[in-house]
Design a protein around this ligand. Structure first.
Ligand code: NAD
Ligand code: MG
Length: 388
């Protein structure tokens, strides 16, 4: 019986993790879970599967829930999050929190010798240099949940001693993959949220449309697989069937294919190195697919991807600026405060205005993240003042 903590249990990945655990009650047990503000979803989950300790953001929510579910212990806030990420009998922490907020609980979990199943890619983007060091120091496993990285990880099994020539990181292209740059002017939030292949949380769906998601994944791949940026190639693959691949030195390309279903990489991160049946998993029928297509992304069209490569290659504090500015601009777009193309413009401006640091500490990352967010908020405020 594997004991797990799930951070961000009410989100898209969190709910699918609950589904995997629910269908395998003899294999896994969720001991700790955390949610943000979606208390009704949390209650649904608590009533569906057993759990011992639950963390929410607000103290008030924790107090109300504690009265309603006296057999569960409720904790709250950042201290609560760290508490459930470090529970003594937990073996693996699946981090499905969205954004920079996932960083500190990941660090604390590693320091308490927990294996990490990581959906929260922002953690590696901003602090890959710190996380990879800690993973070695504490000798824990860092298992990817992101579908592309799970595909790469699966392709590397049995090949640990073979050099990677190239990583082929596939991208659906998001909601606007068929639009020209001119056609992106004035697109709506509703259109952007309409992803062709995957159903995901709001932030990552917008990131898929801008291609910041793929940019974050390029950086995530760099840290997970220790490869240079010139060996990570993004391919637009609208069918989302080849989830990514690795080319080895003998030119052999090994990849992982399957229907787009996040429960597979979630489950593999939990069962690794074993494979188990995926309950209600649909087998891929290649004859029904007819054809699979691939093309190179146009960096002018997908400016965000270029910015992400630039930030990754610059390294140090730059990815943290890109990430913080993007989180804030992504939110402002969803709130109707800015246009779609303003997202990448604001991120680029923040990157240009930043005083770069080569090897930021955790505290410096916290400060830089705040700075990048404040920069974007200020710029949006100024442009609204100009328009009035
Ligand atoms: P989501 O928005 O659906 O869920 C996020 C979860 O995090 C919720 O439970 C929310 O309550 C919690 N949360 C948000 N802010 C928090 C904070 N400040 N403190 C504590 N908890 C907080 O997001 P998602 O789509 O499930 O994505 C989660 C992570 O997984 C992201 O990093 C995303 O990039 C990554 N990811 C998601 C998918 C997908 O299919 N959804 C695929 C690959 C990777
Ligand atoms: Mg992905």
């Amino acid at each position: 019986m594997k004991k797990i903590t799930v951070l961000g249990v009410t989100g898209s990945i969190g709910v699918q993790t609950v589904d995997v655990v629910y269908h395998n009650p003899n294999d896994y047990m969720i001991v700790g879970m955390s949610a943000g503000h979606n208390i009704s979803k949390l209650e649904e989950i608590i009533e569906k599967i057993p759990v011992q300790v639950v963390c929410v953001i607000e103290k008030n929510d924790a107090e109300i829930l504690a009265k309603k579910y006296p057999y569960i212990r409720f904790v709250y806030g950042q201290a609560g999050l760290i508490e459930i990420a470090t529970l003594s009998d937990v073996e693996i922490v699946l981090n499905a929190i969205v954004g920079f907020a996932g960083l500190i609980p990941t660090i604390e979990a590693i320091r308490h010798h927990k294996d990490i199943a990581l959906a929260n890619k922002e953690t590696l983007v901003v602090a890959g240099h710190i996380i990879t060091k800690l993973v070695k120091e504490y000798q824990v496993r860092l298992l990817p949940v992101d579908s592309e990285h799970s595909a790469i990880f699966q392709s590397l099994q049995g090949n640990q001693n073979n050099k990677i020539k190239r990583i082929l990181l596939t991208a659906s292209g998001g909601s606007f993959r068929d639009k020209t740059r001119e056609e992106l002017v004035g697109v709506s939030v509703k259109e952007a949220l309409n992803h062709p292949n995957w159903s995901m949380g709001a932030k990552i769906t917008i990131d898929s449309a801008t291609l910041f998601n793929k940019g974050l994944e390029v950086m995530e791949a760099k840290w997970l697989f220790d490869v240079d940026y010139d060996k990570i190639e993004v391919l637009i693959h609208p069918e989302s069937i080849l989830h990514s691949a690795v080319e080895f030195e003998d030119t052999s390309i090994i990849g992982q294919m399957g229907m787009p279903d996040m429960r597979l990489p979630i489950q593999y991160a939990l069962t690794y190195p074993l494979r188990k049946p995926l309950i209600k998993g649909e087998s891929l029928d290649l004859t029904k697919m007819g054809q699979l297509t691939f093309k190179k992304p146009d960096f002018k069209r997908f400016r965000a991807l270029k910015l992400a490569y630039d930030a990754g290659i610059k390294g140090g504090s730059m990815p943290c600026v890109l990430n913080g500015a993007n989180e804030e601009a992504n939110l402002a777009f969803r709130n109707g405060q800015i246009e779609f193309l303003d997202i990448e413009r604001l991120v680029e401006e923040a990157m240009n205005a930043h005083d770069w640091i080569e090897n930021p500490s955790v505290q410096q990352l916290l400060d830089i993240d705040r700075w990048a967010r404040d920069y974007v908020i200020k710029k949006i405020g100024e442009s609204h003042a100009d328009n009035n």
